[in-house]
Design a protein. Sequence first.
Length: 136
Amino acid sequence: MVSKRLLCPHRVRTPPPQFSWVDHRLVRDRHIDPLSHAAAALYLFLLTVADAHGLSYYSDRTLCRRLALSEHGLENARGELLRSDLIAYEPPLYQVLALEPLPEPPPGPSFAPRMTPADRALPIKEIFQQIREVLS
């Protein structure tokens, strides 16, 4: 029997205000954006099987079978989640961590492309006029 203990007691999950164990900030704050499909699948699995403290323990063999991953694929997915600070892991124990705010981007110029007159939306009438001009 595995003895469960909190790996990061200061990061115990609690239901977020929208009352869902899957915190909307995962998407809204883009925590999930850099993850591979395998890492996202592992994270969803761990969210689903975790107890009230975010703890679970599944063997690598079981996780590979349940998620259709190779051992190497599981190691990579787990590494992504660890680097993204979404889980803590001490074999065989996983803890899904409370989401931390992501750092603010450094201040600086906006990199949004500027619209040129050619980028503006044209009324359909103008589009057809341009087509007629090209075809004549």
